[in-house]
Design a binder for this molecule. Structure first.
Ligand SMILES: NC(=O)c1ccc[n+]([C@@H]2O[C@H](COP(=O)([O-])OP(=O)(O)OC[C@H]3O[C@@H](n4cnc5c(N)ncnc54)[C@H](OP(=O)(O)O)[C@@H]3O)[C@@H](O)[C@H]2O)c1
Length: 275
């Protein structure tokens, strides 16, 4: 990995799951790592020790706030002089049929998963442009490539992350800034427990929705641990020209490949049979 020592990384949502695994791994690899959590209050800095004796610092961030995003980026820049790598990972999932989801619930999904990422990107880009280098990795999802029933707003927020990241990659290229996407599949993290169920779906008219979401939750908890996504990040950091996207796991790569080959009608039929 090219001169990783001293490189400064900011990972959003590093209190658990994928973000925590990435922060721990990069701290062990010799990066100077700042993670974020809403649980670190105010100016508080929580030192998170890794099993291998490394550590990273957890600072406050709520990606739903412009002020909080600016403050977190300014804090790291003031302490370290720069942010070399931003990993936009903070996110959660909402479930429920489209009809039974209120616009406010749908907006809250986008506020964190999509606009939160936009806020963070805006907070770090001036510094990266000034230095003529930087890397932004956005954690999307296989659900950003495959729409699932009763997860429409989660999938839509991740489809939006996909389009945003491709456009961003083209916009910032001339400033020496690189952008990559990672699409994890089902991963065993706090995501399942932190899922938000739309109020209107509690007594749903859509009889299949509960069964379908329960299957997704089982699949997540039967999935591999978040360390596999940390491995993908490390692989991206080794590349001089990071890829546009990395789909995590061979079976998901195969599914996405098949989706490109098969007629859409057949893909939608097969997904609706599974869920
Ligand atoms: N697990 C999966 O199967 C899976 C699959 C594909 C993609 N993903 C994506 O991976 C990312 C990480 O999810 P995970 O699976 O690791 O779930 P997780 O264990 O629930 O972790 C989510 C992280 O996001 C943070 N977060 C949530 N809302 C936030 C907000 N408003 N502001 C700042 N931070 C916020 C949480 O931090 P605090 O609560 O401490 O603030 C937490 O650290 C998400 O973007 C998710 O969509 C997950």
């Amino acid at each position: 990995m090219e001169s990783r020592y001293g490189k400064v990384v900011l990972v959003t949502g590093a209190s658990s799951g994928i973000g925590k695994a990435i922060a721990e791994r990069l701290a062990n690899e010799g990066f100077r790592v700042y993670g974020t959590s809403r649980k670190a209050e105010g100016e508080e800095v929580i030192i998170e020790e890794t099993a291998s004796g490394g550590f990273f610092k957890l600072i406050n961030l709520d990606v739903r706030s412009n002020e909080s995003a600016q403050k977190a980026a300014a804090y790291v820049t003031e302490k370290e002089g720069s942010i070399d790598i931003l990993i936009n990972n903070a996110g959660f999932g909402i479930s429920g049929p489209i009809e039974e989801t209120t616009p406010e619930e749908a907006i809250s999904q986008f506020d964190t998963n999509f606009f939160g990422m936009h806020r963070m990107v805006r907070s770090v880009l001036p510094g990266m442009r000034e230095r003529g280098k930087g890397l932004i990795i956005n954690i999307s999802s296989v659900a950003g490539l495959f729409a699932l029933p009763y997860q429409a707003f989660y999938c839509a927020s991740k489809y939006a992350v996909e389009a945003f990241s491709e456009a961003l990659r083209m916009e910032v290229k001339d400033f020496g800034i690189k952008v990559s996407l990672i699409e994890p599949g089902d991963t065993k993290t706090g995501f399942t427990q932190n899922r938000y169920f739309c109020e209107g779906s509690k007594h749903s008219a859509y009889k299949r929705s509960q069964m379908s979401v329960e299957k997704m939750m089982r699949d997540e908890q039967n999935g591999p641990g978040p360390e596999i996504i940390a491995n993908v990040v490390v692989r991206i950091l080794k590349r001089k020209n990071p890829p546009v996207r990395v789909i995590a796991g061979f079976s998901y790569k195969l599914l996405v490949f098949l989706k490109r080959l098969l007629p859409s009608r057949l893909v939608v039929f097969l997904v609706s049979k599974i869920y």
